[in-house]
Structure formats: structure tokens, C-alpha cells
Design a protein around this ligand. Sequence first.
Ligand code: XMP
Length: 513
Amino acid sequence: MTQNIAVLDFGSQYTQVIARRVRECKVFSKIYRYDVSPEILKRDNICGVIFSGGPASVLSDGSPRPNKAIFEMGVPVLGICYGIQLLAHMLGGEVGKGVAREYGKGMLTVTDKDCVLLKNLPEKSQVWNSHGDKLVKLPDGFKAVAVTENSEFAVIENVKRHFYGMQFHPEVMHTEKGMDILKNFLYEVCLCKGDWSMASFVETTVDNIRKTVGDKNVILALSGGVDSSVAAVLIQKAIGDQLTCVFVDHGLLRLNEREKVEAMYRDHFKIKLITVDAESRFLKELAGVTDPEQKRKIIGREFITVFENEVKNVGHVDFLGQGTIYPDVIESIPIDGNPAAMIKSHHNVGGLPERMKLKLLEPLRELFKDEVRAVGAELGMPRHVLWRHPFPGPGLAVRCLGEIRKEYLDILRKADDIFIEELYSNGLYYDVWQAFAVFLPVRTVGVMGDERTYDYVIALRAVNSTDAMTADWSQLPHDFLGKVSTRIINEVRGVNRVVLDISSKPPATIEWE
Ligand code: XMP
């Protein structure tokens, strides 16, 4: 069983970053609620525990605490920021409230060169702090091994019990030697083997899928996006034709999208793929509807109905395959004003598993997005599939403002295709996070040749983002934008004006509806 480092979440904004950094060091890591039981950790084969930072003060009533029995498990513990204060407070030291707050950059000086956690670190290096409370007295058995300007206990250790703590954040990039410290914890303290790789993941997951599914059948709604596509290829590798993928063409797709999906998954990956032409059904239901929420609701409802009908045609099916990934399932913990608790659920086929009594098969649910891409690469999937820009479930419906008409969609498809094609051919596609065209049902006056025109407007949207929560508009070269505009106006009948969206999120959103 793969070795696992447990990251206990005390509400830090960096909890996911810690788990990702550990995995980058080739050690598997999972995030747990701060009060997880030692039994669960034992079941999950943990070989070390990291306490995340967090916004609370250990001195406040009701501040989150780990189960004390974790200290008796005999596994190494690393406390980061709030985590070091927990170690000190729960093991008999003393924490002072708001004494000498440290925020931002600091200089770490190693005072004990024999400390394995700081092995090979230079005497001085930059670290990133963000804490109000501070350790004032160490618990018995601990000693300080490094200091910063404001803290004589910047790094502490209890060699006998393998407990370590640090006031600063090793997981953030501004801590120069943060990765070295984490590696030392993993390899020198926890004695990890480094057995986490995408190749080993594929091997064990293929095995697990075979055992779980047996001779039963799996259905999967393939969207062509990264997550559902990697899930499909992985499940197909495990069980071949016991997997059927359904791709619904709701008429709101980009130019030639259905054909491209068929070529990639049916012809190249040999996946049993059903494509459903449901364009007329969707467009009929959407006719005359202008309210964005209403449009989304209709599309969601129709999608489920169409998909459900197809499932019935496939015969007996026991499992629903889904491309759920780790950020979709991590529960965020509300601590001291942190965002409300929410468990995001995968939305494509909401409610379907319960209604059709299907079991879920989610082979990617423990992977971060970059790992999903690495698995795809391991499975031989091409770069343009794995690094495709995100595309919303309701498709072009949210980019064709107001009422949806086929005539509008056709204009949008052509304009969008020119924009994307030019991004590729100018080597810019992978520099932007998401790019697309938007159809504005507004007619403006223009001249073409000797004639006056009265045609529609296309807006270009390109953004850079990391998680879609915030985004900046991409500063594409002017000559590139000029070329795209000229091509769209010349080649797409019905368009005589192209505009550029230069709003950031927030306050705008990425999509227009
Ligand atoms: P917004 O417009 O909210 O979009 O800034 C953030 C990201 O989410 C995508 N998006 C969706 N994805 N179903 C999806 O699967 C949807 O209904 C949906 N709406 C927006 C959007 O393309 C952007 O990447």
C-alpha cells in the first residue's frame, strides 16, 4: 500500500499547497479534518503527520485541536505555523498572544547544524512568515534549532519523539529552502520510500478498477474536457468494452467538436463511444429563453434526460464513471471566519446515480489537476487534449447572449474557431488560461466595399488564472488581435465589429452569462 503523509487541516489557505508539495516530492499525501482519528490514519498507512497553519489562536476557546492520541502513534509530526503552536501548547510549552507578530519575509538562521530537518540548508535563508501568536517557552524535550529576527524558536525539534515545528511556511515559494525542509522531513525523518508516481498510480488504479467492477458495466458521460477524458481512457485501459462513453451533442459545441471527440476517443483510443445528436431537442427547449439562469437550468435538465435515455439503451449498467478530482471533494473547514463549509459535488449528471441506483466509479478523486494531466500523459494522451482550455457544461449557450438561435451559434462557432486557431498558430494558446469568442446580439453600422452593413458584434475574451476564482485579462499582442479581428470580419458573414473584453474577475466573471 502506498505510503501516505497526512496533512491535518486547521483552516489554512495553504493546506492544499502542503499536500501538493509533498506529492511533488514523490510521497502520496492526503488532507484530513483536524480532528481525524488515529484509527483512520492507521488504516490509510500514514508514515507522518503535518499540522497545517490556520487562522485561529491556540489560546482561544474552541480553537481546533487534533486528537491527542496522534502524539502516541509513534509517527513523526511536523507542525507549521498554527501547527507549531499546537505542539507547544498541547505538550506543555507556552504560547504568547500577539507577541512580536511576524508577517512577510524573514531571515532564518540555522543554529544547530546537526538537525536532520535542516540538513544541507545554508546558515541563512529567506522564509515566509504569517503569524500573530508566538512560542515563548518550549515544552520539555524540545530545543530550538533555528531562529529568525523575531523568534528565538523559529524551528524546534524533539529528536526522540520525531516531533518538529516551524513558525514560518515551508510550503510557499517565498520560503527559499522550503522544499528542502519538506524533503528532509519526508526522507530523513519519516523515512519515506518515494513510491508515489503516475506510473505506479496507473498500475494500482487499473488493478483496483478491475477488482471493483468485476464483470459489470460502466457508463461515463464524456465531455471531452481533461478530467472526464482522462477518466475514460484510464477506465477503458482497465476494463475495455465494459465501459461505454456517452457524448451528448447539445448543439452548443464548438466547431467540429463532436467529430474531433469521435476521432480521438472512438478511433484512436478504441473506446466504445455513443454520440447523441440532441441539437434540435436542446434548441427547441431553449427557443425564446433569454434569462441566463433559465438557460442553464434547461440545459442541465435536458442533459440528464438525454443521458438517462442512452443509459437505458446500453443494457444493464452498475457503475457511473466520473472525472471527479481531488479539489472537487476536499471539504473546506470553517474556522474563525474562513469560507463556509462546502463539499462541492460534480455537477454533470447530478442526481442520476441515486435515481438509477448506480455506484460511482471515480478513479481520479484523489488527484490534483496537474496529476490528472500527468496520468493522461502516462496513458499516451496528447498535449492539446490535456492542456485544453476549460469549456463550460452549458457550452456556447453562455457565450451567445440572450436568446439562442442556430444562426447566432453558427456565427459564434466560426469566429471562435478563428480566434483559437490563431492562438495556436502564433504560439499563444498555452500562454492563456482560457480564451473564447462571445456573440453579442447587437447590430452596429459598418461599411464593406461601397455598401453599408448592419451586422453583429463579436467580443474576444482571454484570461489568465490559476483556479478560475480570480482572473486577469490576458495582454495579447496588438498585431495578433488585429489579425484575429480582420479575419473574423472578413471570413464570418454577419459580423462587422470585433471588441476586446478587458475586465478582470472580480468584478466581472470569465463567462458573459
Ligand atoms: P465564471 O464565468 O464563473 O467561470 O468566472 C469560471 C470558470 O468556470 C467555467 N464555467 C463552467 N463550467 N459548467 C462548467 O463545467 C458551468 O456551468 C460553468 N460556468 C462557468 C468557465 O468557463 C470558467 O472556466
